[in-house]
Design a protein around this ligand. Structure first.
Ligand code: F6R
Length: 243
């Protein structure tokens, strides 16, 4: 057994509430907490809890800083709504009252990438902000965290990555066709993620069970299941739904 805490929940609502708690505790202790954020279907329930708590004025996110894990490269203008910046603004930052000036992405999806861009500057930016206090992670069916696909290096930093076929297929549900799904992204690396002081990983659909099984059984990092990088971290909690 590794040291990761696995909390099995009975419902998606329970996953959402429980996974929100470490963030709510952090912000109550320090209103300037730094959070690592994810996009996709997984965090929507947790983000709804943040919005509810902010609207009820039990918590304020206005002074915290956020760093998102990843952003698509090569989105067509018609798919602007699928950029992770727009997703976060609509689902969390706007309704929960974050200060947009303190919300960060590794790449501005609507600006061309300048030749020679060193995306690892994002890691330096995170470090300069004091490092991530609590990192939220979803997990891909193939075990990716961020867009660190199978074969990623455990010490990888923020960089341009190619999406795996499986990821493109899974994410096509958000687009008109598979053709429209970007093939590349800029993602924090496994090494970047492991620098967070606390990590929350959430798996709330059946297609993640193999990845969770790989993580439960891992004694060491197995690059075929990138999520197993987390066994090297001292403070990881997994909130998951077994059915
Ligand atoms: C998204 C991200 C990805 C997703 C993963 C699961 O920012 O980094 O690792 O967490 O692809 O996606 P969903 O939640 O849509 O199943």
């Amino acid at each position: 057994m590794n040291e990761i805490k696995f909390i099995e929940c009975a419902t998606a609502e329970e996953v959402a509430e429980q996974a929100a708690q470490p963030f709510l505790d952090a912000i109550k202790a320090n209103p300037e907490s730094v959070f690592g954020m994810a996009t996709g279907s997984t965090p929507l329930g947790t983000y709804a809890v943040f919005v509810r708590e902010a609207k009820a004025k039990r918590v304020s996110f206005s002074r915290c800083a956020t760093f998102n894990l990843d952003e698509y490269v090569g989105l067509k203008p018609k798919d602007a709504a699928h950029s992770y910046r727009v997703f976060m603004n609509n689902n969390l930052f706007g309704p929960a009252g974050f200060n947009l000036d303190r919300t960060h992405f590794p790449f501005k999806w609507d600006e061309p990438i300048k030749p020679g861009t060193d995306f690892a500057a994002y890691d330096a930016h995170i470090a300069a902000a004091g490092g991530i206090d609590v990192q939220y992670l979803g997990v891909g069916e193939n075990g990716h965290i961020g867009f660190n696909e199978p074969g990623s290096d455990i010490s990888s930093r923020t960089r341009l990555v190619k999406l795996a076929e499986q990821t493109i297929k899974n994410n096509s549900r958000f687009f008109d066709s598979e053709e429209d799904v970007p093939k590349e992204a800029v993602s924090m690396g496994l090494g970047s993620i492991l620098k967070a002081r606390k990590i929350v990983l959430v798996a709330n659909t059946k297609n993640k069970l193999k990845a969770i099984e790989a993580l439960r059984n891992a004694q060491a990092f197995n690059p075929e299941w990138p999520c197993t990088a987390l066994v090297a971290h001292p403070d990881v909690t997994v909130y998951w739904l077994a059915k």
